[in-house]
Design a protein around this ligand. Structure first.
Ligand SMILES: Cc1ncc(C[n+]2csc(CCOP(=O)(O)OP(=O)(O)O)c2C)c(N)n1
Ligand SMILES: [Mg+2]
Length: 414
């Protein structure tokens, strides 16, 4: 008798719903922008129960914006959002090509997720703190970082602001309060709560935003963050980006529930599930969360529902583990296409203007790359000095590191 026949004692190990060769099917979305009203800013978490199980939307399938969550932004603000998103997509595309031709060692794209950090950072104030993952580089465009500086970092040349100490795309941008991305996933979640508490302690009008992936939300860091935010009412916006995949692992391995948003209700934190490819919905929910944090009512928890259209990184080949066309079936569509259609239908935007924008940005990226390599390319440098392994960590270098530094200097060639 097999163990299954003896009783239900085998461990259930979920598999992805679709594998290469399968025809992916997603349920058609049943939510429209009219479905969910904005709760009062001082609501109890329970009042967001429907919001956590439904989907906050503003832009419908035809590109029209309506409903209680419509932030009623001016045309120029929405256009600014579109420009940042197009900039990120073209930047990513060029950098991926640089990686493929050996000019960068590693790269990670935000393909299909460009909307998230851009819309949300635009909804914040400039003094607010950003604790990103590698999938939110777009926040830096909103905060004014130059592409040249970003490329210098990705190459690891002498102008890399982190002096070659980080992997490529593990940006940090002090002026924009964009905290260093860390390779161990999830660490930023509890750090963000700590910084938010520091802001509150100092009575500063600062809010902190952070993101974690569906996969990393299976880690303790996620729950520590939620718990501290709940207990101390930290002014923090806690986002889980559910893009369906954690490298090759489907989200059904990260949570036994298909809903990530409502997990925050157990911590009595208001929770929303938001269409992650809807610029206006993301902007609006983030504004709501910032307002609530600002008046001292604490954290908001948001599931951002999206789909990772690209590979996990330049080292990944998703055709090995999922249907290559799966993203085409995702009901959320493409964030840039959706905002573009919204602008064409409602404002002065046209396909021609969009194409011109793409061409301009492409030229801007090429120029930025040429400028960046003046400070060193991957093959030839110049690179940051090897001394930077030892500098800027301790005020006084401890003896055991000094010993290693001296040893290194004996062999040094740079
Ligand atoms: C603590 C830790 N475990 C494992 C890894 C390897 N790793 C890097 S990214 C990743 C997947 C993360 O997926 P998810 O959290 O869903 O974020 P996404 O890449 O989808 O944005 C894994 C397992 C890591 N970097 N750190
Ligand atoms: Mg993921």
């Amino acid at each position: 008798m097999s163990s299954e026949e003896e009783g239900n004692i085998t461990i259930h190990v979920p598999d992805a719903p679709f594998r290469p060769g399968d025809n992916p099917v997603f349920d058609k979305w049943k939510w429209s922008p009219d479905d969910l009203k904005k709760p009062p800013i001082d609501c109890e978490s329970e009042e967001t129960s429907a919001h956590s199980r439904g989907l906050v939307r503003v832009i419908d399938d035809e590109g029209m914006a309506y409903g209680d969550w419509d932030p009623n932004l001016e045309y120029k603000e929405i256009l600014q959002g579109l420009k940042h998103m197009v900039r990120l997509r073209i930047f990513d595309d060029r950098m991926m090509k640089m990686q493929r031709t050996g000019k960068l060692s590693f790269y990670m794209q935000s393909l299909g997720e460009e909307c998230i950090a851009i819309a949300q950072t635009m909804a914040l104030e400039e003094q607010d703190w950003i604790f990103p993952t590698y999938r939110q580089p777009g926040a830096q465009f909103v905060r004014g970082r130059s592409m040249v500086s970003m490329i210098c970092h990705c190459i690891g040349n002498v102008e890399d602001n982190v002096k070659g100490r980080q992997m490529p795309v593990h940006y940090t941008y002090k002026k924009g309060r964009f905290i260093s991305i860390s390779s161990p996933v999830g660490t930023q979640f509890s750090q963000a709560v700590g910084v938010a508490l520091a802001s509150k302690y100092k009575q500063l009008n600062e809010v902190t935003i952070t993101w974690i992936g569906d996969g990393a939300s299976a880690e303790g860091d996620y729950h520590y963050g939620l718990n501290f935010a709940s207990v101390y009412k930290a002014p923090v916006i806690l986002n889980v980006v559910n893009n369906h995949w954690a490298i090759s692992t489907h989200y059904n391995m990260a949570s036994g529930s298909t809903n990530f948003a409502s997990r925050g209700l157990a911590y009595e934190i208001p929770c929303f599930r938001v269409d992650g490819n809807d610029f206006l919905a993301l902007y609006s929910v983030t504004k709501w969360a910032r307002e609530r944090a600002k008046i001292g009512l604490g954290a908001t928890h948001i599931e951002i529902l999206t789909y990772r259209t690209g590979a996990h990184s330049s080292s990944d080949d998703p055709s090995r583990y999922r249907p290559s066309n799966e993203h085409e079936f995702w009901p959320g569509g493409d964030p840039i296409e959706r905002l573009k259609i919204h602008l064409i239908k409602n404002y002065d935007w046209t396909d021609e203007k969009h194409l011109q924008l793409e061409n301009e940005i492409d030229a801007e990226v090429i120029l930025a790359y040429k400028e960046a390599v003046k400070h060193g390319d991957l093959a030839n440098g110049p690179y940051p000095s090897s001394d930077t392994i030892f500098t800027e960590v301790y005020e006084n270098v401890p003896w055991h590191l000094q010993e290693q530094w001296d040893e290194m200097n004996k062999w040094k060639v740079d």
